[in-house]
Design a protein around this ligand. Structure first.
Ligand code: TYD
Ligand code: MG
Length: 458
């Protein structure tokens, strides 16, 4: 038998960088003073011959064609928006990581999932290392009535948790949060890189071994990645991020990694008094309270995965009182807006050099997709000329450096979404126009260049 040997290693608590000596600055993430000494048990590596003599392999490969997939391997969570992001539901024996800022609603979402699942008669176990049973009960009371069969455990010791899961054999278990869990065999503090990695490893074996689906909550660092970090994302099957603006009530659940589905999907929720509610019509929600007949406001269409989302772009353009004009953007790329303003100036002769410009995507959305270029350009122009565009107009298209309007993907879906919400005119790249005119009642105006769009609108 190989003897295990414990050594100490230094880990960056921010990114997980491993080093044999202490360092002031992490070479991986450039964070200062983030190294902490942790003890790790290293089993001396066995050679191939050693491994063979130690045990005889029992692994038998299976034929891919013989493996069948059962429909009931996926469990619906009862929350459509979440099911969509998961790729149809929770896969049996899978491990899902839900990350997000503190207070965004991770515990609330998972408690709602537990309620739905136990209402469907499934056995669920909610394990919390952060809150007392009374606190969880208080939250549960806000969400609504809970079925009686739901199990709750407040515990941070992983050994105890493993025992309970083995004994109870729930179908779904929730661990809130992985950073509070500790394994006695590891001397590092809870939340440290080694502890998080070891705990996840143990849970992973439980999930695969017993066929329990495990959902774990992970805290994020100030950089926005799950603390104790990439290692965790590599180990689990699915990584979801819960994000949203602190000041807005909507929340977006985004798939970052999914071994069982697409990562293009998003789920939209709204935080209400009684927990999280699904927002099925996100575009309508985003456009709520839009001023009509105001200059500098244009509706554009972006794609979030396979879902079109209409957003309002606002631009305020005014004479600058200083030598260097001020430019500011919220929710979109600053450099991109500067570039689009340069295109307007050079290709269409609009004198923007002496103007301050503020561009804002309303609702706290962050959109980097180039398809909103045309919307930004039109909003800036409308603000500059102080001329309101029709409130029933939407625009999308990528703008190139020569002022040309280039094709974007999934134009038909975008047009269909606009039509669904009662828009009457759609300005889009000329190459996409023909395709979008088929079977649509909305007026489709194809433009080849920014100048052409200006001629048609102003
Ligand atoms: P929580 O789920 O505790 O966040 P996390 O686990 O991600 O840290 O979310 C708590 C926040 O949501 C808190 O600020 C209060 C708010 N909230 C509501 O607005 N309505 C509700 O019904 C609940 C349960 C929470
Ligand atoms: Mg919580």
């Amino acid at each position: 038998m190989a003897k295990s040997k414990s050594t100490t290693v230094f880990f960056c608590q921010n990114c997980g960088y491993e080093s044999s000596k202490w360092m002031g600055q992490c070479p991986g993430c450039r964070e200062w003073n983030s190294f902490v000494e942790e003890t790790v048990n290293k089993t001396p590596h066995m050679g191939v011959a050693g491994a063979q003599s130690a045990r005889r392999s029992r692994a038998v490969p299976s034929v891919l064609a013989d493996i069948t997939i059962r429909e009931d391997d996926r469990v619906s969570t009862g929350i459509k928006e979440l099911d969509r992001v998961l790729g149809g539901g929770i896969v049996q024996g899978s491990m899902t990581l839900v990350g997000g800022d503190p207070g965004i609603g991770k515990s609330t979402l998972l408690l709602q999932v537990c309620r739905n699942l136990s209402e469907m008669g499934r056995k669920v176990l909610y394990i919390s290392g952060e809150e007392s049973p009374a606190q969880i009960k208080m939250r549960a009371d806000r969400i609504g009535a809970f079925p009686e069969n739901m199990l709750l455990l407040c515990e941070t010791s992983l050994d105890e948790i493993t025992e309970v899961i083995r004994a109870q054999k729930p179908e779904v278990a929730v661990i809130d949060s992985i950073q509070t869990m500790y394994n006695e065999n590891v001397s590092a503090a809870p939340g440290s890189v080694t502890q998080v990695r070891e705990s996840t490893g143990i849970l992973m074996q439980l999930a695969k071994g017993l066929g329990v689906s495990i959902l774990i909550v992970g805290h994020v660092t100030k950089e926005g990645t799950v603390a104790g970090p990439r290692v965790l994302e590599h180990m689990v099957d699915t990584v979801l991020y819960f994000e949203g603006d602190r000041h807005a009530s909507y929340r977006i659940l985004r798939g970052v990694k999914n071994r069982f589905g697409s990562t293009n999907e998003i789920g939209v929720f709204e935080m209400r008094e009684q927990g999280l509610a699904e927002v099925q019509n996100a575009s309508e929600y985003m456009l709520n309270g839009r001023p009509e007949n105001a200059s500098g406001s244009v509706v554009a269409c972006t794609m979030e995965g396979t879902r079109p989302l209409l957003v309002e772009i606002q631009a305020l353009v005014c004479q600058s009182s200083f030598g260097i004009p001020r430019r500011q953007t919220t929710g979109t790329d600053f450099n991109r807006v500067n570039l689009l303003m340069a295109v307007l100036e050079k290709r269409s002769g609009i004198q923007l050099a002496s103007c301050d410009a503020y561009v804002n995507i309303t609702g706290g959305m962050k959109i980097m997709e180039p398809a909103i270029d045309l919307g930004i350009v039109l909003a800036i122009l409308s603000g500059f000329k102080n001329k309101a565009l029709s409130p029933k107009l939407i625009a999308f298209g990528e703008v190139g450096l020569s002022g040309e309007v280039r094709a974007v993907s999934m134009a038909r879906q975008r047009v269909a979404e606009a039509e669904k919400l009662g828009f009457e005119t759609c300005i889009l790249p000329a190459v996409c126009a023909e395709d979008c005119r088929k079977n649509s009642k909305i007026e489709v105006i194809g433009v080849k260049s920014v100048q052409e769009a200006i001629d048609k609108l102003f």
